[in-house]
Write a protein that binds this ligand. Structure first.
Ligand code: FNR
Length: 402
């Protein structure tokens, strides 16, 4: 069994593992722009609050006299064995948090043997992130690392650019693609709007886009030299992807077809599903899975809590497609509850952002290793031997009464 308590240096956790305290430390360390980007929610934060509150409505029912010496947090996702049902959700422009951006995050994920999902809004080239992910897995001293990486697509309206991004992801060993549906325009986030933070994003390395040969062609066509006009180049990249114009179900199917053609049939899933009807459409259109997510409450304020959406979606399509979960996960008990309510896998975002902001790769490793260790201990004190067991008994593991 993986011993998450021991860090790669064989020591116990470096600093406090409480997510609220990590958030405070990150706030103290980040620039105002960085903090606003990471922490801002849409509108009055009603959905963000609802995401958190939904977890309190379910309480775990521990079991006694179970031989949990045999317990194991391992599970599989799209055929890959990973050390816990926890993955690194895609988060854009990581250079806002750390000078090396996505590289330390992908490396930490490799070291932990957990899946890493790179955002199209990444601030490092796809290829460099892949290498860092491999290096992180290779240097893992406890031998438990593995480099499982997926690519999150924000689909440009420029089809040639989409093809180029997906081809680069396939060539660099990304083994699944998740199309994010909820963010073809950024939500109304007061702090960001008040400080013109969106314009600020343009200036910080959109190297994933700028390193793309098709995008470079587009820059030349527009007469923009990214070396001399980095802000204009960044703005053009952002406009290409966040254009304020939604796609269609047919177009999403087209993207899946393209990914399958380029990757030889690897999985393609949808991220940002919140309605039962959309989940049914996901099945009807033949996508390989979905992530129930409201983007951490950053898009439609007042939207349904992601955990409440999960319950309804699992009831409708849980036996027909691979249902994953994110939004608001801060502790092992949150992971447990999502699994018990029918999620096959859980992604986390802000938790690792706090770690990255505080202490780079060491901080990311600390934050997520601690979450995994907490899950291991929760399984021990709660009487659960395996992730499969939590899923199998499902809602029976929860008291969800008022
Ligand atoms: C995100 N998220 C996100 N999702 C995505 O598909 N592409 C992206 O580029 C980003 N960028 C991003 C930036 C920041 C600062 C945050 C907080 C979130 C959403 C992310 O993948 C995930 O859905 C949520 O972060 C999950 O909620 P928690 O774990 O942060 O509460």
């Amino acid at each position: 069994r993986h011993n998450f308590w021991k860090s790669n240096t064989g020591e116990n956790p470096l600093f406090n593992t409480d997510p609220g305290k990590l958030e405070d430390q990150a706030k103290a360390k980040l620039t105002q722009n960085g903090w606003y980007y990471a922490s801002s929610n849409a509108g009055q934060s009603h959905t963000h609050t609802a995401n958190r509150q939904a977890f309190y409505r379910h309480r775990i029912i521990p079991r006694m006299l179970v031989d949990t010496e045999q317990r194991d947090t391992k599970t599989t996702i799209f055929g890959h064995e990973v050390n816990a049902p926890i993955g690194f959700a895609p988060v854009g422009i990581n250079k806002i948090y750390h000078p090396q951006g996505e590289l330390p995050v992908a490396s930490a994920a490799g070291g932990l043997g957990l899946p890493y999902c790179l955002s199209t809004a990444g601030s490092q080239p796809i290829e460099d992130v892949a290498k860092s992910n491999e290096d992180g897995a290779a240097k893992s001293k406890d031998g438990a690392g593995s480099a499982v990486r997926f690519f999150q697509l924000y689909m440009p309206h420029d089809d040639e650019l989409t093809r180029s991004l997906l081809q680069r992801a396939v060539d660099s060993g990304y083994t699944a693609c998740g199309l994010t549906l909820d963010t073809w325009q950024l939500g109304w986030r007061h702090d960001d709007v008040a400080t013109s933070n969106y314009a600020f994003y343009h200036g910080i390395g959109a190297d994933l886009g700028l390193s793309d040969p098709v995008f470079q062609k587009r820059l030349r066509e527009a007469g923009i030299d990214p070396k001399k006009q980095p802000n204009e180049a960044g703005a053009m990249w952002i406009d290409n992807v966040w254009h304020g114009r939604a796609h269609t179900w047919e177009k999403a199917r087209w993207a899946m077809g393209l990914w399958k053609e380029l990757s030889g049939g690897k999985p393609f899933y949808l991220k940002g599903i919140q309605s039962v009807d959309d989940a049914k459409k996901c099945v009807e259109y033949g996508f390989d899975g979905l992530v129930v997510s409201n983007h951490a409450g950053r898009q439609a304020d007042g939207a349904i809590a992601s955990l409440d959406a999960l319950e309804k979606i699992v009831a409708a399509v849980g036996d027909k497609t691979y249902v994953m979960y994110d939004s608001g996960v801060r502790s092992a008990s949150d992971v447990f509850k999502a699994l018990a309510l029918g999620a096959q896998f859980v992604w986390v975002g802000r938790l690792w952002i706090w770690g990255l902001s505080i202490m780079g790769e060491t901080g990311v490793d600390h934050a997520i290793r601690s979450l995994c260790a907490e899950l291991d201990i929760l399984m021990n004190v709660g009487g659960f031997q395996s992730i499969e067991q939590i899923k199998k008994d499902g809602k029976k593991n929860l008291d969800s009464g008022e």
